[in-house]
Design a protein around this ligand. Sequence first.
Ligand code: PHE
Length: 456
Amino acid sequence: MAETTSPARASWSGKLAFVLAAAASAVGLGSMWRFPYLAAKYGGGTFLFVYLVFVFTIGIALLLLETALGRHTRQSAIGAFKAFGKKYAFIGIFTSAVPFIIVPYYCVIGGWVTKYLVGYVTDGPAALADGGAFFSNFIADGPQSIVFMLIFMALTYFTVAVGVNKGIEKANLVMMPLLIIMAAAVAIYALTMPGALDGLAFYLLPDLSAISPELIISALGQTFFTLSLAMGIMVTYGSYLDKSTKLTSSVVQIAGTTFGVSLLAGMMIIPATFAALGSGQAVAENSGPSLMFIILPQVFQNMGPAASVLGCVFFILVLFAALTSSISLVETCTSIIQDATGCFRRRALLYTVIFVTVMGIIVNLGYSSLSFIQPLGEGSSILDLLDFISNSVMMPIAALMTCIWVGWIIKPKVIIDEVKVSTKFGAEKAWTVFIKYIAPVVLVVILVAYVAQTMG
Ligand code: PHE
């Protein structure tokens, strides 16, 4: 978006452009890759239910807060907080650190997607559907996995550097609906596989007694991750908005689209996993970041001769969704560096590239030469650590600080007035109570319960 250091801010051409750009940032690996494995790990329907509740409460409330804050101040995260006093800059700085932790491992997963896409052409669908050996061999091959990550990064940097984002956004108008249609078709097919209907029940029916602090914090982190919240991005997006765009309906549309895509992704993956493994417990024990890469090729393989075309097309679409998100992440890192140091955009991008590449290589090696580093216990990886720090620790804390700051320091009126510039705000009271009382209390309870569970 932002061009060089010129003070004039770029702006969206209208509400639709804004909703689409925000949805493009939101829908990505978080929905396609991360959601299904977390849902599988935490009891299927139970996780889906808690995630649904979070998306349509704290998710929407914060989306509205962040975009309105951005539009009000016309600044990206650090500047937006600082606009109310220098002493508040730290909230913006803390929030802005999150994307720097996410991009490196996001690009690693992007590399996995790229590898699978290529794999459908070079190795054929049967090789990929071998129950996990293909995947393990690939990530254990340090140089190869680094090369694929670099390809994904190069695609991202290239787009950001030459400023063809507009073109990407246009292409996305076709790619996103295609991804949704294809995911729906594959999900329906997956449900016809023997045993999948029991898997569907596992995926859709919550067992409320299975809700644990760990599940709750994972669903919360997932809400922030998929909606691109609690990391300053939506503040920046809001800063490009004109005053006539209706914020309330926009945020509901963004949240609804993201939830819908996550729901579909789970539908493609979880019933089929359940059918293959036979019980919810087995599903939970076998699910981790590799889930999508192991199960989907098996589903495609089942579909017979069409497998290679399907697999190829599907991974192209996922690659696209991942790219539009990684672009938004790299853009954000670049503008944070630019705002913080006052350097030119090209130089800021260069710093971002160097940092992300070095970190990304370390994350990759976490599955090969550095695999002795298991920071979160037996079998965990450096990727798991970065994912945990950003989603389960930093984002909830960033969200908590933001709610307290708006609710008690700058006061909700600032945000409410901004929302009301373009639309009626029927939920004004409910939103205020939520941001002032409910969200801070619930966030503190979740964090404390989680720490207690981990310690005890
Ligand atoms: N929301 C994106 C996803 O789900 C990830 C992301 C986070 C992208 C933050 C941009 C900013 O894949």
